[in-house]
Design a protein around this ligand. Structure first.
Ligand SMILES: Cc1cc2nc3c(=O)[nH]c(=O)nc-3n(C[C@H](O)[C@H](O)[C@H](O)COP(=O)(O)OP(=O)(O)OC[C@H]3O[C@@H](n4cnc5c(N)ncnc54)[C@H](O)[C@@H]3O)c2cc1C
Length: 304
């Protein structure tokens, strides 16, 4: 637990941070205790200043996009949470390239790009996070991954703000070098292709498949587990008869066994216990180890 000195708090408040922010309001799971301090930045300068101060004073920092891949501790986070949930500038188009703020909605950008006659983002539509979160996680769906269109990222790294060229080979399945704490993605440059005439239909098809297969009516963090080599996590969980298994307010979705849903009042403890039970059962019955895709934010520590 980080012990604050009053001076640190005053300096973070002077930078725009606010005290005691419920993190359940900033996660799609609707789970999590309070952040001691949270900053909703409106400029790169503010982000860099806050990060530099926290580095210097050894104040723990956690970074949230839209919190759609996060499981936050019931006891919250005793450091500073930086909330990247709003774009700092509007998307800037230059031919087939678009420069976009990290806080922009990935789904909204996908829709805008298709409406403007481009393809490359249509299968990413429906992923509920930010552009920054998608770069950090190398988000993907239905055969597409953001690395296929990501050309450059603007990052805060080791006290400096800079543009980095992207080598797609550095990004893998839900893995990227642009994830906090290694990097803070501030903006990204994506390169799209002229629409072959089918982008809108492909986007609609992906959205329909999501609505049909995913429990979008409940709070969740999407697929809890990574896809194990040669298997599908949801299919293994279903095969083990775990659909509907419930701990407190957390339940294995009846609609998609790869999702854990919050059916009301779920705590991080409920979800964590359910995760362990799923992992143990699947390992015993199939020999396959399920690794978590979701990221945990714990009290004063970030665990990837
Ligand atoms: C209903 C549902 C469906 C989903 N479907 C998919 C899917 O099809 N494919 C898929 O890949 N994911 C899916 N997800 C998971 C999630 O939406 C993605 O992982 C998304 O990219 C996370 O973005 P975010 O902005 O919410 O990031 P967060 O969940 O807030 O953060 C995720 C991680 O990225 C880090 N991070 C966030 N922003 C930045 C930044 N600017 N710089 C550096 N690090 C950062 C965080 O610290 C954290 O470690 C789904 C989730 C839900 C709830």
């Amino acid at each position: 637990m980080y012990e604050y000195v009053k001076n640190d708090i005053d300096r973070l408040i002077a930078l725009g941070a606010v005290l005691d922010v419920p993190l359940s309001e900033h996660t799609s799971f609707k789970i999590g205790g309070n952040a001691a301090l949270a900053l909703d930045p409106t400029s790169e300068r503010q982000i860099a200043d806050a990060l530099q101060l926290c580095e210097k004073r050894k104040i723990p920092v956690a970074l949230f996009g839209r919190g759609t891949n996060l499981l936050v501790s019931d006891s919250g986070f005793s450091g500073l949470v930086i909330l990247f949930r709003k774009p700092l500038f509007a998307p800037a188009w230059n031919g087939s390239c678009v420069t976009v703020s990290a806080g922009a909605s990935l789904t909204q950008l996908a829709k805008e790009s298709v409406a403007a006659g481009w393809m490359g983002m249509e299968r990413l539509c429906g992923i509920p996070g930010t552009v920054g979160g998608a770069c950090a996680m190398n988000a993907g769906a239905y055969g597409a991954e953001i690395k296929q269109i990501l050309r450059r990222v603007r990052v805060y790294r080791k006290g400096k703000v800079e543009w980095l060229d992207v080598d797609p080979d550095q990004l893998g399945y839900r893995k990227s070098p642009f994830i906090f704490p290694d990097c803070v993605v501030l903006a990204a440059e994506l390169e799209l292709q002229p629409d072959d005439g089918g982008a809108a239909e492909r986007m609609q098809d992906c959205m329909t498949r999501r609505r049909d297969k995913q429990p979008l009516e409940y709070p969740s963090a999407g697929s809890v587990f990574k896809r194990p080599e040669g298997y599908f996590a949801g299919a293994l969980i279903e095969q083990c008869g775990l659909k509907g298994m419930t701990v407190g307010g957390a339940q294995v979705s009846q609609k998609h066994a790869g999702f854990i849903i919050n059916i009301g009042g779920a705590t991080e403890r409920d979800v964590s216990e359910l995760i362990v039970q799923i992992q143990e059962t699947v390992r015993e019955r199939t020999g396959v180890t399920l690794e978590c895709e979701i990221k945990r934010i714990g009290d004063s520590v970030c665990i990837s």
